[in-house]
Write a protein that binds this ligand. Sequence first.
Ligand code: KIV
Ligand code: ZN
Length: 512
Amino acid sequence: MTDKLIIFDTTLRDGEQSPGASMTKDEKLRIARQLERLRVDVIEAGFAASSNGDFEAVQAIANAIKDSTICSLSRANDRDISRAAEALHGANSSRIHTFIATSPLHMEKKLRMTPEQVLEQAKLAVRFARNKVADVEFSPEDGYRSEIDFLCRVLEAVIKEGATTLNIPDTVGYAVPELYGNFIKTLREKIPNSDKAIWSVHCHNDLGMAVANSLAGVKIGGARQVECTINGLGERAGNCSLEEIVMAVKTRRDYFGLEVGIDTSQIVPASRMVSQTTGFVVQPNKAVVGANAFAHASGIHQDGVLKARDTYEIMRAEDVGWSANKIVLGKLSGRNAFKQRLQDLGVVLDSETEINAAFTRFKELADRKSEIFDEDILALVSDESVTSEKEKYGFVSLSQHSETGERPHASIVFTVDGNEVHGEADGNGPVDASLKAIETHAKSGAEMVLYSVNAISGSTESQGEVTVRLQNSGRVVNGVGADPDIVVASAKAYLSALNKLHSKADRVAAQG
Ligand code: KIV
Ligand code: ZN
């Protein structure tokens, strides 16, 4: 048994399944580059057969990332597996992850298949995938709620067909640590060829135990791969959080006795990038990456930390990348410094024209804001309302008037398919008026299900980052906009969400 714990990141697949967290190809590529810098062992880049957009994203990541294994999810059928193999063609190291449900409930009600049919399909799928790539992972979906004897038959059979990793999902987050750990242990003990594959854990967080369950799967069950996401992003209550797993195993090496290959100094930058890209704000008291994770408010604690840091700190903030929060550029910084910083942050802009446009926006921002942080730069380039000429809507300018006792009024200029239009409206507040002014032309019919404002670097001087979540005809999208003026940031976020609603990408949802 190896003493290395493989970190399998599924932010771009299971994380992205979170309603409103869907990302564009460029956003996925940017996050994949950060995951590579983090030295994640396996990046699950998407579900290639689910949509053309996802196929292209997996393909782009497979072509660009060289140091991590790139994986695509696929259902247990030939078409999905062929699509995954095709998308992964350019990868240095590729993996196909195929799955089929094995719990009585899922087989009977969802798949309408008998256990024997499921067993047969699992075998065929793994055999087919092994003909395409050498590295094949198999997941029995809803594995934790499956009958153990049937699960043993399926897993033994797929190992014989060449599965190299066996992943046991707690798809609905029902497990508790001791039981989940023992479940994996029992499977490994009962299956005669279990030592021929690496065992993996995949836990959802519905009862808040995804990290604890995964750690039990490792410690009690002997699993050597953990599937996780940055910030615990994922459907419903999310997935097991990468930063917590990694820091638990590192900090308590005395207990787990395992190595992880992660460059922990990249954790906070990765967390910020995922949060800014998806608009899913990290709660301040979130372990490791929350804004308060290393803040000491009580006098006794502050005194203790000043005398000896380890009185109240079990990890060093800089070891997980908190020191990255420094002023990086300012008004006098030149284009080369800006370009270099983009590169350091893993942002790849397609052309010199895009770099020039981003640099112009940087200069405009630097005129209004003396200190430019990494977060500002990331916000600047992820602000789709201004970055892409290909988008339907683009922000141009906004003016609004509000005075105590008067109904606020907004007047906005924005582009629709490259043509400038002008809208005006009153509203309950300046933000409401501005968004209503956009709707005088957009007429989207979308319902707003979330609106949030966050100060990017913590002070009133900082840029406001606004997230808008819109819902229309069953689709949920997030738009993010940033600007020192939060009314402008709101308009940008709204336009960005409208763009996402407009670029309909039909997706076949993966399970859990
Ligand atoms: O939770 C789950 O069962 C999954 C599988 C597709 C691996 O995400
Ligand atoms: Zn899952």
